[in-house]
Design a protein around this ligand. Structure first.
Ligand code: ATP
Ligand code: MG
Length: 668
């Protein structure tokens, strides 16, 4: 068998050996909600019945009870121009007022909004009263820079309180923001700035990454070079004290302009359908799409889901969502949902292994974090590092755990619950997308009996189905189909910025205009739980059998020596497509070349069946991931099919592909 190998550097850490038999271990666990959890949970079984009997009335109630409207709406949903929805028609509200001012007005100004933890250990505590002042100052500053309602503002900032203040200042003015990951290149920045025609960019000199100042402003300078740009002003936060070039007349220091502004600013009510932000999808599958969201529906569903899914009790909880604000999870579950609910949260600037691999757990212990929301990629990394690291910290404050971004394989689910959740915290595996704006499919703490690896069922108010190739809904277990959403929902995207046709074609044409096509494969189990199986584009067809990348990856990761796996279908003369796997070994697991590969192939055959046995397994040091931690399978497919590797601009680290290819060619 021809297979390429990279030998990992020797590592003296002991590999962590998972339970021998995952399924028998699973069967022994009682994953029904505890009485204690049931008694205090925000979500209840009744919500399902209420939402089912009259979904619009249900959402109208959520909108009125969770938000403060300057003017009540007179129609809940206008779907007459489907697929272009209008929610809460005629209603007016200001998002920033809902996220800060009203909490101060209600006497909660002293409540902590943000426990900010800088990577280097600097901290800031921002109360709701202070956040209100910060937002007003930033809003006044943006006005001084010429921003008015409807103008777009690009935000290219690290995870610092100024980022949140800027987003809310934009919302306050009705100026849609476009947040761009701090890790993106000048080129990625340029296309996004131009696509949204942003007038102002808010950035910083740099950001702290692994103890070093990583530059930000130079990328902005490069993106705007050549003069042909819609950008008139660049507002720059001083974060790392790095030397920066300066363009007079265009560049303005944050401390010069913002700090001296008045803390008074009247928030003007916006129409419920006024655009709130544009956000480019993470780009796993191709050219990023400028997804845009509006005001009333988006805020309603983010606030509602943050309450019932994360089970946030704003008076007592300390909530921490580890996403970057450049990702939709950061928008919905750091900024809008939790702040609309008046929650107290942790905001962490840096990487999980700086200055040591226990940094997150140190933060959980320090702030007594009770709700933690993160991604499977992070959990698998922590597994790789070993459970002795979290074991050194007091994590007893944790009550609810969440996962988002990818399917979480049962192995990682169990590790997370056991080592972070004290063997009792429920894990909410939340399925949603940039396009859906908020959580759509997830268990509810205190209500749902959990099923590790499955996002389970649509939350109250949401309806989903699985369709076959002909577009017919089915419910039989274990059959692989296409996930669709069958009813409009408040936080749904209102379109692709500047491209209504692409919106219709991408989401509303595959199965006709009745169904929102999510692009993800899915199946039911015998209990009626929904299992997400990865992108439809990634579902493989091997000798006429439909195989899901997610399931084979999950099987690989359940082997004691595998830390992470990515699977792609490569064209194959005999079988149509063949399974090709890329694996990272766990720290301490030795790579015995062909023997390791053979063992892993047999392991997959045992777990799923001989048909799923990978044709090729390549041991690699890293996997190509987007900044939000998702594996970019299309690049691996290029490698598997011996093609030149495609566009790498949205990768968190674009050198990873070189690393993989160099290693492979060295070995072959
Ligand atoms: P692009 O659309 O540009 O390719 P993307 O789909 O990665 O990028 P996001 O909107 O951030 O951008 O991710 C949404 C996708 O992430 C979903 O369609 C799904 O494939 C995956 N996903 C998110 N949460 C889950 C989950 N809990 N279980 C399984 N898959 C999930
Ligand atoms: Mg997508």
């Amino acid at each position: 068998m021809s297979c390429c190998h990279i030998t990992l550097a020797p590592n003296d850490e002991e590999p962590e050996v998972p339970d021998e038999n995952l399924s028998s271990h699973l069967a022994e666990l009682d994953l029904s909600p505890s009485e204690e959890l049931k008694a205090q949970a925000v979500g209840t079984e009744d919500l399902f019945a209420e939402a089912e009997s009259d979904p619009e009335a249900f959402w109208a109630r959520q909108a009125r009870e969770r938000l403060t409207w300057s003017k009540d709406f007179d129609q809940t949903l206008d779907w007459s121009e489907a697929p272009f929805a209008k929610w809460f028609v005629g209603g007016e509200l200001n998002v920033a007022h809902n996220c800060v001012d009203r909490h101060v007005e209600a006497g909660n100004g002293d409540r902590v909004a943000l426990h900010f933890e800088g990577e280097g250990g600097d901290t800031r505590t921002v109360t709701y009263a202070q956040l209100k002042d910060d937002v007003c100052r930033a809003a006044n500053a943006l006005v001084e820079l010429g921003v008015s309602k409807g103008d777009r503002v690009a935000i290219y900032l690290p995870m610092i309180p100024e980022a949140i203040a800027t987003m809310l200042a934009c919302a306050r003015l009705g100026a849609p923001h476009s947040v761009i990951f701090g890790g993106f290149s000048a080129e990625a920045l340029r296309t996004r700035i131009n696509d949204a025609e942003a007038r102002v960019v808010v950035t910083a000199d740099g950001q702290w990454r692994r103890g070093k100042a990583a530059p930000l402003k130079p990328a902005v300078d490069e993106a705007l070079a050549g003069g042909d740009t819609p950008v008139e002003k660049v507002l720059v936060v001083k974060r790392t004290e790095s030397e920066v070039e300066w363009t007079d007349g265009r560049d303005v220091w944050w401390h010069d302009l913002v700090d001296g502004q008045s803390t008074e600013h009247t928030a003007e009510p916006m129409d419920a359908e006024h655009p709130l932000f544009i956000l480019y999808t993470s780009g796993t599958t191709g050219k990023p799409k400028g997804i845009f969201h509006t005001t009333g529906g988006y805020l309603t569903q983010t606030a509602y889901t943050n309450a019932v899914v994360h089970d946030v009790h704003p008076e007592t909880d300390v909530y921490w969502c580890t996403a970057d604000i450049g990702w939709v999870t950061g928008h919905s579950y750091i900024v809008y949902g939790p702040l609309a609910n008046g929650a107290t949260q942790v905001l962490y600037e840096g990487t999980p292994d700086t200055p040591h691999q226990g940094r997150w757990w140190e933060i959980v212990e320090k702030y007594k974090v009770s709700i933690l929301y993160t991604a499977p990629t992070a959990i698998r990394t922590f597994m790789k590092w070993g459970s002795d690291i979290p074991a050194k910290f007091d994590l007893s404050s944790i009550r609810v755990l969440g996962s988002v971004g990818e399917p979480i394989n049962p192995e990682a689910w169990l590790w997370y619950r056991k080592n972070i959740g004290g063997d009792k915290a429920p894990i909410v595996d939340t399925w949603w997308q940039t396009e859906t704006g908020a959580i759509m499919i997830s268990p509810l703490p205190g209500v749902t009996t959990l099923e590790p690896g499955s996002a389970q069922r649509p939350i109250p108010g949401i309806s989903a189905e699985i369709l076959d190739d002909e577009g017919k809904p089915f419910t039989e277990p274990d059959k692989v189909g296409y996930l669709v959403l069958t009813q409009p929902w408040p936080s749904m995207l209102r379109g692709i910025w500047g491209d209504p046709e692409r919106y219709k074609e991408t989401y509303w044409s595959r199965f006709g205009e009745k169904y929102y096509f999510a692009g993800d494969g899915a199946k039911y189990d015998e209990k009626g739980n929904i299992w997400l199986l990865g992108r439809v584009d990634d579902v493989m067809n091997v000798s006429g059998h439909r195989l899901s990348t997610a399931e084979i990856e999950s099987a690989l990761v359940s082997h004691p020596s595998v830390a992470e796996a990515a699977v792609v279908g490569a064209t194959d003369e005999t079988t149509g497509q063949a399974v090709v796997a890329f694996v990272i070994l766990r720290g301490g697991a030795e790579d015995h070349g062909d023997q390791t590969v053979q063992e892993l192939r047999n392991h997959v055959a045992k777990e799923i069946g001989p048909i799923a046995k990978p044709r090729q397994i390549m041991v690699v040091p890293e996997l190509p991931k987007t900044r939000s931690g998702k594996i970019m399978r299309r690049l691996l497919k290029d490698v598997a099919e011996n093609r030149e590797v495609g566009d790498v601009t949205t990768l968190a680290d674009s050198s990873v592909m070189n690393l993989i290819q160099q290693g492979l060619s060295k070995d072959s």
